[in-house]
Write a protein that binds this ligand. Sequence first.
Ligand code: GLN
Length: 194
Amino acid sequence: MPKIVGVLAVQGDFKEHIETLNEIEGVEARPVKTSQQIAACDALVIPGGESTTIGKLMERFELDVPVREMHAQGKPLWGTCAGMIILAKHIVDSDQWRLGLMDITVQRNAFGRQVDSFEADLPVKGIDGGPVRAVFIRAPYVREVCEACGVEVLAEVEGKIVLCRQGKLLASAFHPELTDDRRVQEMFLGMIDD
Ligand code: GLN
């Protein structure tokens, strides 16, 4: 049985996530935008894009309900970039809508206007075989994590946290769907219970 991985398809770069996940054996990745579609998945990716827009659409269509239900059932959720902001409990200087599931404080557009995007080679805790090439686009970073809540820091750039995990929640400030390396995807898929 393939693992069904939903990619929230209300806004953002969901197509790239679906394409890269579908390269991996044993995975069926599909776009999801209704409660029923979300509920049918073993895991969910919330992609990069514009976090305020994704949040507004999730709120309007009450998509937080099936996503919270997945989380309660122990199914993994992965937020990349804007998706990471959606997962966070705290967002610096913002009252925008969020799921607020992960005990992290994120700062939006954290690398400054001058550097809209950049790439870096990141050593990642738990990933062997050399650093992971990471693409950052108007990226947020994680300013603070609640270690007592079980948040584990997996990678940093310039001393800023850009990849972390809390139980079945994974958050990345960068975009593994925009490179040829599938090791972060594999890490996420490994969080799905057999
Ligand atoms: N800066 C965007 C936001 O705050 C995120 C950028 C991205 O997802 N590439 O929503």
